[in-house]
Design a protein around this ligand. Structure first.
Ligand code: ZN
Length: 190
């Protein structure tokens, strides 16, 4: 069911979790995402970190959120609990979507011996912002979308729940728990 999947970890960066754009609710998903990345590494499922890496002049910084996740700063580093390994991939982005003007799409197409990824599993922050815009671009490109419902979060419960409903309704995203996703990885290896 989750054929040729990859895990996208979106914006689990110091500034988003503990820094200038701190989201208290992000703490709730950290243990789940740790379990998920450990399982993905065990079952050789590719992990791609999609990270904001802003210039101070970026429109998103100037017109909306203020300074956050500046390229090369500590705030733009993945949180220590989810630190990437040398086998993981890192894509730097400058707007909400992980696809927009980044190398994510060609990377996805090159994985699985060039057969390409079929299903993207979306995780991270925020359900209704970067996860949603990344889902939009994944949908436009024909990827199947799974959202780890206990692996994404937003500033409020309302934002989170509305975000999930929107992803399910508009992009036909399948909402699965981290444990269900890990079970699928185990099944595929049997
Ligand atoms: Zn940003």
């Amino acid at each position: 069911m989750l054929e040729r999947m990859c895990i996208l970890i979106i914006d689990m960066l110091n500034d988003f979790v503990t820094g200038s754009l701190k989201c208290e609710r992000a703490q709730r998903i950290i243990p789940n995402l740790r379990r998920l990345v450990e399982a993905a590494r065990k079952f050789s499922v590719p992990i791609i970190y999609c990270n904001d890496a802003h210039y101070p002049v970026d429109f998103e910084v100037v017109n909306r959120w203020g300074v956050h996740a500046l390229k090369g700063s500590e705030g733009a580093e993945v949180i220590p609990e989810l630190k990437p390994t040398e086998k993981d991939f890192i894509v730097e982005k400058r707007v909400y979507s992980s696809f927009y003007e980044t190398g994510l799409d060609p990377l996805l197409r090159s994985l699985y011996n060039g057969e390409g990824v079929k299903t993207v599993v979306l995780c991270g922050l925020h359900t209704n912002i970067c996860v949603r815009h990344t889902a939009a671009d994944a949908f436009f490109r024909g990827y199947r979308i799974v959202v780890a419902k206990d692996g994404v979060e937003a500033f409020t419960q309302e934002d989170h729940e509305q975000g999930l409903r929107y992803l399910e309704y508009v992009y036909n995203a399948k909402l699965m728990s981290v444990d269900e996703i890990i079970e699928e990885m185990e099944k595929m290896k049997r």
